[in-house]
Write a protein that binds this ligand. Structure first.
Ligand code: NAD
Ligand code: IPM
Ligand code: MN
Length: 353
């Protein structure tokens, strides 16, 4: 169908700034493609936490359940500890709705300078497939002997056969539909239980995807190769933490974390998926009107694609490409002179042609 209900959580910092821009873009693109998008906004944020003691209401997840998708800006504010804001909102949504794939594509766009002299437009086009519900992000562990000299902290990383298998299969299938190359991020030389298990499952699943050429790299060497030869990657699959780190790195290779999008997907479509920029609430630039809206706007394109509207998504990406190509319509983080307002106007103008 063409009617979709979207839950919108602008969040904190530049979250509301980039979400406002994204809603303007969605209005024009949905009109052009005959889509009926309806939006319900939720004020869940650090502001709400400070006022009411919780990032979201106790039945917050139930309120989201009925939506077709969730669009999120960013959460986190300097006056609230990050583990409180993130484990009070973002991470529960990813987990409750079994959004086990965090898809983070990135490209070096024409006219946009990568900080790397070898990263030329059109050559760097990769997707980080991040495991999104287990791994290093776990509640298992604790803080002990607080205040004593032998104080310690323990945090377990959890890798399940089903959890690793499904993310690896997703990555192989994605690679099969792209350039047929998959790299698995590992550290099985240093971490002796979980990552050898990860590697074994990758090798097992590879046998079922003979059309995909695959390899594995230790995360340290892989980080170096992202910088030295980013064009060599197609799909890169990694655990929750490795995927998190690689996606910021890939975004920097492409010019700025401000352009990087992400889709938190429940591929079974039992629950709503969530779309959000890779970046955070950026307290250092909040309120100055300079945030790059592209990460959020590209995330909305991933949402349109997920909702079954690839042409609308392609139009949004074309607008992004044109706005990034021109220094007068791109923001300062990517070497431009535009404000968020001017970049948004340029996106809207491109889509209204
Ligand atoms: P960040 O992504 O917010 O900022 C890192 C740097 O990138 C900053 O210098 C910032 O100004 C710049 N930047 C980020 N987005 C930009 C944009 N759209 N345009 C231009 N520049 C941009 O990361 P951080 O500083 O580590 O985290 C700040 C807060 O955000 C913390 O509370 C953190 O926990 C939270 N955070 C939330 C999410 C999320 O909600 N998904 C993601 C990452 C960080
Ligand atoms: C991201 C963010 C979050 C993560 C943080 C804020 C918990 O860095 O979405 O990449 O690590 O998943
Ligand atoms: Mn991150």
């Amino acid at each position: 169908g063409s009617a979709h209900r979207i839950a919108v959580i602008p969040g904190d910092g530049i979250g509301p700034e980039v979400i406002a821009a994204t809603l303007e873009v969605l209005d024009v693109v949905s009109a052009a493609h005959g889509l009926e998008l309806s939006f319900v906004e939720f004020d869940w944020s650090c502001g709400r936490y400070r006022a009411e003691g919780a990032m979201m209401p106790a039945d917050g997840l139930d309120a989201l359940r009925a939506f077709d998708a969730i669009l999120l800006g960013a959460v986190g504010r300097p006056d609230v500890p990050d583990h409180v804001s993130l484990w009070g909102l973002l991470i529960p949504i990813r987990r409750a709705f079994r959004q086990y794939v965090n898809l983070r594509p990135i490209r070096v766009f024409p006219g946009l300078d990568s900080p790397l002299r070898n990263a030329r437009p059109g050559e760097v086009d990769l997707v980080v497939v991040r495991e999104n519900v287990e791994g290093e992000y776990s509640e298992v562990g604790g803080r002990f002997n607080r205040g004593f000299p032998d104080e310690l902290a323990v945090q377990e990383a959890i890798f399940t056969r089903s959890g690793v298998t499904r993310i690896v299969d997703y990555a192989f299938e994605l690679a099969a539909g792209r350039r047929g190359r998959l790299t698995s991020a590992t550290k099985s030389n240093g971490i002796v239980h979980t990552l050898p298990f990860w590697d074994e499952i990758v090798a097992e699943r590879a046998a079922r995807h003979p059309g995909v050429r695959w390899d594995q790299e230790h995360i340290d060497a892989l980080a170096a190769k992202f910088v030295l030869q980013p064009e060599r990657f197609d799909v890169v699959v990694g655990s929750n933490l490795f995927g998190d780190i690689l996606s910021d790195l890939a975004a920097a290779v492409a010019g700025s974390i401000g352009i990087a999008p992400s889709a938190n997907l429940d591929p079974t479509r039992t629950h709503p998926s969530m779309f959000e920029p890779v970046h955070g609430s950026a307290p250092d630039i909040t309120g100055r009107g300079v945030a790059n809206p592209v990460g959020a706007v590209w995330s909305a394109a991933l949402m349109l694609d997920h909702l079954g509207h690839p042409e609308a998504a392609a139009d949004v990406l074309a607008a992004v490409e044109s706005v990034l190509a021109d220094p007068s319509t791109r923001t300062a983080d990517v070497g431009g002179t535009a404000s968020t307002r001017q970049a948004t106007d340029a996106l809207v103008a491109h889509l209204s042609r």
